[in-house]
Structures are given as C-alpha cells and as structure tokens.
Design a binder for this molecule. Structure first.
Ligand code: PAF
Length: 283
C-alpha cells in the first residue's frame, strides 16, 4: 500500500490503476480507524480492483467548540489496519493541500433538506463541510464506487443526494454499522468515554431498538414513543440531543402512513456526543 500526501501524486496513482482497466473504490475517513472502518475497506476490496482510502480530519466540518484539535490522530496504526484490510492507496493530505486558497473563501457545496435538522441542526455548517470535502475527494479520485458507514445515516443520505443532484457517476454504498458485543456502535469518539460512561453508552441503541420494535408492532403514536425514549435516555444518564422517527430516504418527519423509517438518536454522555440509528421497514 502506498501513502501519498499530494493531489498530484493521488491523481497519478489513480490514473495508473485506471489505465490498467481497474475499477476504483473510495473510502473517505478521518482516521483513528476501528473495525467499522476496516469493514468499509474490506467491502471496497470485494467490489473494486483498486481501493483508495483517505485520512483527513476536515476542519471545515467541525464547529468552533468541537473536538478538531483533540480528534485522535493515529496514522501508523491506521496504515497497518488499511493494509490488512486490502487498501491499495492511502491519501493523507495536509489542510493546506486540501484548501490551498484557505477555507474562508472556499466554494461550499450545500445539500438542502437532508442536511437540515438532526445533526445538521445541532452542528450548524457540519454537513456543508462534509459535502464540500467529499465533493473535492470525489473530483480528485473520480471513483466508480464510494463506501460510507450507515452509522452516520444522515451523512450517507447527504452524500447520496449530492451525487444524485450533481450527476456524479459514482455509486454510493452504505455499509451496516459495526457494533461492540454489548451493542454500542463503534466510533472514534467512544475513546473519549470514561469507564462508567462506556458502561452506560449501549443504552442509546437499546432505546432506539425499543422504539423500532414498537413501530414494527404497529404503535402509531410517534410523539409518545419519542417522549418515553428521551425519558429512558435521561434515566440512564444521557443528555438527549435529539430522538426522531423520520422517513428513511428524505429524512422528513415520518407519519404513521410511512413504511420506510429510520429512528435516529444523538445524546451526550458527559462531554461526548454519541449518535446511532435503526432503519426499519414497517408492514
Ligand atoms: O465520516 C467521516 O469520517 C467524515 O465525515 C468524512 C466522510 C470522511 C468526511 O470528512
């Protein structure tokens, strides 16, 4: 596996692979890789001949009071994991390489509707930063497919809308969330949890799953389900940010007549904000 730091080297390596007739997959990440990320790379290696991973902690998607400075940077361990998972090329640009003209005047890609509310409501500008950096990476690599985790359900919806609306010939693939044995979704931010918080953390998915089961069993009172869910989160020690039942594709609020649903939750444990979701089809 080669690691390159410049767009020029990246384009040259991808062009070589393409000239050999290879199908290209892209797995964008911010590093500090866990088995959720390596599952994306494994899937990419099954679906394409040449797998490009990127590690870039993108300042444009962090709010002023978020964890940009402390976000874990673990390049050597990440390189080893990527190699084992079947990655061929790793791109690790600097901020100057990604934003050579600075970020203040950077062209911003904004995806309406699906970017709004949920994490977009709690983290203003976050999805503009994501759609902008993902658009840049797509233009740099021009992959045939790109793979994202379903844990970031709203991000996956934003990226899917982005390629659809901008006619990018890239197939977006969502991979199921990888969980610890107790149900907690793997996330780089789990490393911020204290021992006691880590023990509490799986309750987020339990509450979401409980709502999903009730919907499956025909419960139609969404407001009551969400109210009970928030109370259960508080009782477990969380400070809920949001808990919502949405239409799975548009992410608009769901009505009892909708069948393709997603339950999405975000909640703080101490200073750490966790997110999770459950996608379900109601009969
Ligand atoms: O999910 C992430 O790690 C990031 O949001 C992404 C997609 C790599 C863009 O910076």
């Amino acid at each position: 596996m080669n690691t390159v730091k410049t767009v020029r080297e990246l384009r040259a390596a991808v062009a070589r692979a393409r000239s050999e007739g290879k199908r290209i997959a892209l797995v964008p990440t911010m590093g500090n890789l866990h088995s959720g990320h390596t599952a994306l790379v494994t899937k990419a290696a099954q679906r394409a001949d040449f797998v490009v991973a990127t590690i870039f902690v993108n300042p444009l998607q962090f709010g002023p009071n978020e964890d940009l400075a402390t976000y874990p940077r673990t390049l050597a361990a990440d390189q080893e994991k990527l190699l084992q998972a079947g990655c061929h090329l790793l791109f690790t640009p600097t901020v100057e390489e990604m934003y050579p003209h600075g970020m203040a005047d950077q062209t911003i890609v904004r995806v309406p509707v699906v970017s709004e509310g949920l994490c977009g409501g709690s983290r203003p500008g976050h999805f503009d930063g994501v759609s902008t950096v993902v658009s840049k990476l797509f233009n740099m690599v021009q992959p045939d497919i790109a793979i994202f985790g379903q844990k970031d359900f709203q991000q996956l919806a934003v990226v899917s809308a982005l390629v659809r609306d901008l006619n990018m010939p890239i197939q977006i693939i969502g991979e199921p969330t990888v969980r610890a044995a107790d149900g907690l979704a793997l996330s780089s931010r789990n490393g911020y949890l204290t021992e006691a918080e880590r023990a509490t953390a799986p309750a987020l998915y339990r509450v979401i799953t409980h709502i999903g089961e009730a919907l499956h069993n025909g419960e139609q009172n969404h407001a009551q389900l969400l109210d009970d869910g928030k109370k259960a989160l508080e009782a477990a020690g969380f400070r809920p940010d949001y808990l919502e039942i949405r239409q799975a594709v548009t992410l608009r609020p769901a009505t009892p007549d909708d069948h393709d649903l997603v339950v999405l939750g975000a909640a703080f444990l101490g200073k750490t904000r966790l997110i999770d979701n459950l996608h379900l089809t109601k009969q």
